[in-house]
Design a protein around this ligand. Structure first.
Ligand SMILES: Nc1ncnc2c1ncn2[C@@H]1O[C@H](COP(=O)(O)OP(=O)(O)O)[C@@H](O)[C@H]1O
Ligand SMILES: [Mg+2]
Length: 253
């Protein structure tokens, strides 16, 4: 279980996370939604320890991560796989090297690396012939798959995706969502997907909405279409990038 308690983070005088509370149950598939610039990536980076919160606690499997030393923290984060917003592949390395990077850094024999990478590449629906290609030779959807394959090398129990479908056409986006769901089921993992793509509601079990630095709503995805929370209402009707209207503000009061 992941418990986030009263999390606060500012950059200079810009408050981003403003007393955020959220509990994520084991094996849940949670979608965190919110507009661009709302602080979704900043929240994820705090969960995975890339950004240190100013205040508050993040408790993963009973351990307050801000109290752990470097070694214990590394052990916690071995459980977490993070798939970056833009696949974040290294352009100068081929796919075999990108996916197998940790094994290669640990000087494992290339044959072993190749076997494991091939297995992972196939599990995300790619063929062996991509192994010796470079990221620039792949489509956006393929790069996302490679990013996921690299994360899966660590057999994580918590999988965190930042905007997995951003920049993809609707068909490729759907394929990626289905892959995220399949991976969730196969690994029996806890899955957290940050998104502004409401298609994610078809796949996630739980939805949490981030607004003004706080989680203002959580609930089962199946209830989302009947939900009368005004922010959710606006969001799912495609006004996510526009201003919150007075009507919506009034409804919340
Ligand atoms: N390392 C940083 N230093 C300063 N400001 C940052 C940093 N990271 C993010 N921000 C700011 O925090 C806000 C939220 O960013 P982000 O979490 O990336 O939004 P999104 O919800 O689109 O993922 C933005 O205004 C961004 O400019
Ligand atoms: Mg982001």
């Amino acid at each position: 279980m992941i418990e986030i308690i009263n999390l606060v983070k500012s950059f200079g005088d810009k408050k981003i996370t403003r007393g955020l509370n959220l509990t994520i149950k084991d094996n849940d598939f949670l979608a965190i939604i919110g507009r661009s610039g709302e602080g979704k990536s900043v929240l994820l980076k705090q969960i995975i320890g890339l950004i240190k919160p100013d205040l508050g606690k993040i408790i993963i499997d009973g351990q307050n991560i801000s109290e752990l030393d470097k070694k214990d923290l590394e052990n916690i984060y071995k459980k977490c796989g993070y798939v970056f917003q833009f696949a974040a592949l290294l352009d100068s390395l081929n796919i075999l090297e990108n996916v197998g990077i940790t094994m290669l850094e640990n000087n494992e024999p290339i044959e072993n690396v190749k076997i494991k990478v091939t297995e992972r590449i196939k599990s995300v629906g790619l063929e062996e012939d991509v192994l010796y290609k470079y990221p620039s030779e792949l489509s956006g959807g393929m790069k996302k798959r490679v990013g996921l394959a690299r994360t899966l090398m660590l057999s994580p129990k918590i999988l965190i995706y930042d905007e997995p479908t951003t920049g993809l056409d609707p068909i490729t986006a759907r394929i990626i969502h289905e892959l995220v769901k399949k991976t969730h089921e196969n690994l029996n993992a806890t899955t957290i997907v940050i998104s502004h793509d409401i298609e994610i509601f078809k796949y996630a079990n739980t939805v949490a909405m981030l607004y003004e630095g706080k989680i203002i709503y959580t609930g089962p995805t199946k209830d989302i279409w009947e939900c009368d929370n005004p922010y959710i209402y606006q969001f799912i009707r495609g006004l996510a990038s526009g201003p919150i209207t007075n009507k919506a503000e009034d409804k919340l009061k």
